[in-house]
Design a protein around this ligand. Structure first.
Ligand code: FE2
Length: 223
C-alpha cells in the first residue's frame, strides 16, 4: 500500500493477540447458599467468644477485633464456616496455581471476628505475610442511605495515576469498592491494600476475616 505524507492509515484488521493477564488481581466473591441459617448461629457463637475475649488492637478503630483463633474454635457454626472458607481459599489459589492440590499442600489459616459498631472502621492495610485473605459477612446493617457505609474498598496495587481516556473512563480503576451483604464471602490476594468505610448505622456490622498461607506438608518417612 502506498500512502501520501500526512494521509491517515485505516486501522488494520489484526488477528486476536495472545494475551498475557500480567499482574492479574482476582477479587472473588460468593454468596454462601446456607447463610440465612448459618448467620444467626454464628452471631450466637460470636457473642460467646466475645464474653471471654477482650479483643486486640489492629487496623480496627472503635470496634471489637477478636483474637486470631477462629480456626481453633470448636463451635459447630465456626466449624461450618471454616470448611466454607477453606473451600473458597482452595478455589482462590487455583486462580493463580491451576494444579494446586490441597491434599498435597497445606493451607495455614488464621481468622478473627470484627464487630464494628456505629462509627467504627478499619484503616488502610494489607495482610502481605500471607497469600490470600478474605472476609465473610455475618451481619451487615442497611439503615443508612449512604452507599459507602461499611463498604470494603481495595486500592489498585498497580498504583494510582493511570491516564483517563477523553471520555473520562480510566484505563484502569484506581480503586474498587464492594458493598458487603450478609452471607457474602470475599477472597483477595493478601498484598492488596484495602480499608473499611465507617459504619454509619446504629446496628453492628459483624464480619469474619481470615488469612491463608500455602505451606508444604511435612514429609513423613515411608513405613
Ligand atoms: Fe483486612
Amino acid at each position: 500500500m502506498t500512502t501520501q505524507p500526512g494521509q491517515a492509515l485505516p486501522i488494520a484488521a489484526l488477528d486476536p493477540p495472545h494475551t498475557v493477564p500480567a499482574f492479574a488481581t482476582h477479587i472473588d466473591h460468593y454468596l454462601l447458599p446456607d447463610h440465612e441459617t448459618l448467620n444467626p448461629a454464628l452471631l450466637a457463637a460470636i457473642a460467646g467468644w466475645r464474653r471471654e475475649d477482650p479483643g486486640l488492637a489492629s487496623s480496627n478503630r472503635l470496634g471489637w477485633h477478636s483474637s486470631r483463633g477462629l480456626f481453633r474454635r470448636g463451635e459447630a457454626p465456626f466449624q461450618v464456616l471454616q470448611h466454607q472458607i477453606r473451600s473458597a481459599l482452595a478455589n482462590g489459589v487455583r486462580r493463580y496455581w491451576r494444579d494446586f492440590d490441597p491434599a498435597r499442600f497445606g493451607m495455614a489459616c488464621e481468622g478473627w471476628v470484627n464487630v464494628n459498631g456505629q462509627g467504627a472502621f478499619n484503616t488502610p492495610h494489607e495482610h502481605a505475610a500471607f497469600h490470600l485473605s478474605g472476609c465473610y459477612y455475618v451481619s451487615v446493617p442497611s439503615e443508612s442511605t449512604d452507599d459507602s457505609s461499611g463498604a470494603l474498598e481495595f486500592i489498585n496495587p498497580a498504583g494510582a495515576g493511570a491516564a483517563a481516556f477523553p471520555n473520562g473512563a480510566p484505563l484502569v480503576e484506581p480503586k474498587m469498592r464492594l458493598r458487603p451483604r450478609a452471607g457474602m464471602m470475599v477472597i483477595f490476594p493478601s498484598h492488596v491494600l484495602h480499608w473499611v468505610y465507617p459504619n454509619q448505622d446504629a446496628t453492628d456490622r459483624v464480619s469474619i476475616a481470615f488469612n491463608m498461607r500455602v505451606v508444604a506438608k511435612e514429609q513423613r518417612p515411608a513405613g
